[in-house]
Unconditional design. Sequence first.
Length: 88
Amino acid sequence: MQIMGLDHQIRDRLTAAFSPRQLIVTNDSDKHRGHAGDDGSGESHWHVEIAADAFKGQSRLARHRAIHAALGDEILSRIHALALSVSD
């Protein structure tokens, strides 16, 4: 059984939740090697750029909460930092 990388898990959850027009998931962990929050996994720091109609009319806070809910505790507990760029 092959284990899916965290990048694929993030993409799959966000795609299922929001059907985005654009989704870019970038692993920035190498930029933070040796810094606080670097757990050595190489999957601690992420940047997500997402554009979806689902975010129309939502505040920035509501958009971020929706993304966090879609990712769930299982994924969020494995991430030290998650930078979000969200548009509708």
